[in-house]
Design a protein around this ligand. Structure first.
Ligand SMILES: Cc1cc2nc3c(=O)[nH]c(=O)nc-3n(C[C@H](O)[C@H](O)[C@H](O)COP(=O)(O)OP(=O)(O)OC[C@H]3O[C@@H](n4cnc5c(N)ncnc54)[C@H](O)[C@@H]3O)c2cc1C
Length: 410
């Protein structure tokens, strides 16, 4: 069977759905191939910062958010202290975060793209690109044992951390860049309505302190999502067993939270986090890469949903222009925009992560910072990449200064 569309999207996660939504809203024919049937389990912390909430609002989903579990900020636990850090008050971002299991969230966002006019093919696995004279002109997919050829003017690779399709496009993660590894589970817990993202900055494997953090996020349905993440900038990460790390982590949580082996209600699931713009350049002849496929997770906090939505929409805009004949067919404008928007901040983030790779430095840094609420509030703004257009307050001035520094010294 053969179909012809303007854009074929590989993957129906946040970045694929966002690209499809924008393109379909602008009148282009779009097919999203998603290898799983939805709703599907997705390994994630389910945490949405104000940055992600903003994107959901931009995609017209604001009305839905009212019923979701709202989060007022981050409660940080380290060095025997706890600091409650509300989200900064900003013009450009809402003042709250959310928690929504990806099983539901991804369905809602992909349905939204479908309502805008995109066609979604579930249980359809893209197996290879269609090349025509060195240019990608569509994809070959498998569904129920049948092979389908989808010819398209452009292809969006939004396959997440799967990497198979990206490799066929000649794109791979730069192994010199940091990567995250994380594991999560759901537990029944009275913390279901805590209203905070709980973050533990001390992750240990035996006596060793490791760069990473543990989290407990309130889902609001009687459960919490609890997990732990580790950075590959720690030299010995390959020898760390994530399941042991998770068990160690939950064993240090306060007993009254009831996050323990007796309240587990899902199997532990682990995944990789491709961060810091580690797949470069994220475009090529006939295609663009978005979200995790482009390695776009924020290296400072492991957040990837917002960046999936953002890069999906940026890609959608460039494809829209190309389809209208207004821009170069190589789509290098997409790569340039990602460099402009994220380049300086991600360079800074990679340096920060490299520093955290030294456990002694990390411990010193955390214990010093935990003695100052203003320092930790600034860290929340900085690590969450919550920069306002308008310069106001010390946090925003500090953030802009740091970004300028990163621009000067790549
Ligand atoms: C343990 C863990 C916890 C995390 N916690 C958070 C968090 O709390 N907040 C946050 O913001 N980020 C978090 N992240 C990161 C976040 O999950 C990702 O950044 C985000 O899912 C990226 O979206 P995406 O659309 O790029 O890719 P994905 O969400 O991975 O979507 C890719 C989609 O493509 C499909 N697919 C793959 N290959 C093919 C193919 N060949 N053909 C068809 N379909 C295909 C997959 O089935 C999938 O649905 C976490 C990650 C992990 C591993």
């Amino acid at each position: 069977m053969s179909t012809e569309v303007d854009v074929a999207v590989v993957g129906g996660g946040p970045s694929g759905a966002a690209a499809a939504h924008l393109l379909a809203s602008r009148g282009h024919s779009v097919i999203v191939c998603e290898k799983k049937s939805f709703p599907r389990e997705k390994t994630c912390g389910d945490g949405l910062t104000p940055r992600a909430v903003k994107m959901l609002e931009v995609m017209g989903l604001g009305a839905k958010l009212d019923t979701w579990e709202k989060v007022k900020g981050l409660r940080v636990h380290a060095s025997g202290r706890t600091l409650a850090l509300p989200w900064p008050e900003l013009d450009d971002f809402p003042g709250f975060g959310l928690v929504k299991p990806r099983r539901e969230l991804d369905q809602i966002v992909l349905d939204n793209a479908e309502v805008a006019g995109a066609k979604v093919l579930y249980k359809t696995q893209v197996v290879e690109p269609l090349w025509d004279d060195g240019v990608v002109q569509g994809v070959v997919a498998k569904r129920d044992g049948d092979t389908e050829t989808i010819r398209s003017k452009w292809v969006v690779c939004a396959e997440g951390a799967a990497t198979k399709f990206s490799r066929l496009l000649g794109r791979e993660r730069d192994l010199g860049y940091p990567m995250g590894l994380a594991i999560r589970q759901y537990f029944r817990s009275p913390m279901e309505h805590s209203g905070w993202f709980e973050a533990y900055l001390e992750v240990r494997s035996g006596p060793r302190a490791l760069p990473g953090y543990g989290w407990v996020f309130p889902v609001g349905d009687g459960t919490v999502n609890a997990g732990v993440g580790l950075l590959s900038s720690y030299g010995g990460w390959r020898s760390v067993n994530l399941h042991d790390l998770q068990n160690n982590f939950i064993s240090i949580l306060p007993a009254e939270w009831e996050v323990n082996p007796g309240t587990v209600c899902s199997k532990p699931r682990a995944g990789r986090l491709f961060m810091g713009a580690s797949v470069w350049p994220p475009h090529g002849p006939g295609f663009v890469l978005t979200g995790d496929a482009a390695g776009m997770i924020n290296p400072c906090n492991g957040e990837g949903i917002a960046y999936g939505y953002e890069t999906g929409r940026i890609a959608g805009r460039h494809l829209d222009e190309a389809l209208r004949g207004g821009s170069s067919s190589s789509l290098d404008g997409y790569t340039r925009e990602l460099e402009d928007v994220y380049g300086p901040y991600y360079r800074l983030g990679r340096k920060f992560v490299a520093m955290l790779g030294h456990p002694v430095l990390m411990e010193k840094f955390v214990s010093m910072a935990m003695h100052s609420k203003p320092v930790m509030s600034f860290a929340l703004t900085m690590l969450g990449n919550l920069e306002d257009e308008r310069v106001h307050g010390a946090g925003q001035r500090g953030m802009k200064f740091m970004k300028k520094l990163a621009e000067l010294k790549p």
